[in-house]
Design a protein around this ligand. Structure first.
Ligand code: CNA
Length: 255
């Protein structure tokens, strides 16, 4: 085994309050494409398609793209998700803060999960807040021309009652994007005795700023196939490897 692996295993063995930050890379081994690696979704479409502007201007095309590329109701958690759930059960992991919108951490059994960019499981009317489960949206898309307009409320302008998936688009904000939301996340990160960062290019703000708030005396472990802007920070241990493979090996060493 290489040195980084041994150091990371020993850091995880010692830690009692690991906070995990995850991105699309933890779900690629479940068959879901990430955004920015060689085979990512952005090889097919620009970030603009996932912006609030585009949603308002082209709701039909937006839904077509989102349902094809971001909605994965049949995806199953992989070894990475399962090991994090096991480590939570064992008291090592306290919280997962994820950018993912696929719900796979919860499917694996993790209970303390913050979905920072929301979820594809539901959509909501931007006027009355009525929640539409994704299955209902799928059915509306098949059967209705104006499926994206709420039929439970009225406003003068149709555009004000569009139904939007409960995900944070570019130019958008989500339920955690409040002073209180940020403070509670930063508190978790400050009090972590180890920050474990998995499968994220750390390029989307504000999520990408979170590692800056960790206590400088405590370690950060990054497992990501490609480089990240934090790789050379002091107290940072990096493995450019597959998450499933490395977490499986670490877990084996722990037990
Ligand atoms: P990203 O920018 O696509 O980065 C993913 C990173 O993961 C890349 O640097 C890859 O090298 C790395 N990676 C991919 N597979 C593996 C693997 N098996 N092992 C190790 N590393 C791997 O994705 P981010 O999450 O950083 O970007 C934030 C966006 C992506 C958020 O807004 C998400 O909502 C969005 N997204 C989510 C999903 C999902 O929910 N599964 C899928 C695609 C995009």
């Amino acid at each position: 085994m290489n040195t980084s692996f041994d150091i990371c295993t020993s850091l995880i063995r010692k830690a009692k309050n690991i906070i995990v930050l995850t991105g699309a890379g933890i779900s690629t081994e479940s068959g879901i494409k990430d955004f920015r690696s060689k085979t990512g979704v952005y090889k097919m479409a620009p970030e603009y398609i996932l912006s609030l502007d585009y949603f308002y201007q082209h709701p039909v095309e937006f839904y077509q793209f989102a349902m094809e590329n971001l909605y994965h109701p049949d995806a199953k958690p992989n070894q990475g998700h399962k090991i994090l759930a096991k480590w939570e059960e064992q008291g090592r992991v306290q919280h997962i803060i994820t950018q993912n919108i696929d719900g796979l951490h919860q499917k694996a059994g993790s209970r303390h999960v913050i979905e920072f960019h929301g979820t594809m499981k539901t959509a909501s009317c931007l006027n009355c807040g009525k929640i539409y489960p994704a299955e209902e949206m799928e059915e509306r898309i098949q059967t209705m021309h104006d499926f994206y307009i709420c039929d439970h409320c009225e406003t003068k302008r149709e555009r004000n009652r569009y139904i939007k998936p409960d995900v944070v688009l570019f130019g958008d904000a989500g339920e955690w994007f409040t002073k209180k939301g940020f403070q509670s996340i930063l508190q978790l990160i400050k009090h972590a005795d180890c920050l474990l960062v998995l499968g994220t290019s750390l390029k989307v703000t504000p999520f990408s700023t979170f590692p800056q708030y960790r206590s400088q005396n405590d370690p950060m472990i990054i497992i990501n196939r490609d480089e990240t802007p934090y790789d050379s920070l002091a107290g940072t241990y990096v493995m450019h490897e597959s998450i499933g493979k490395i977490l499986t090996q670490i877990d084996r060493e722990l037990s």
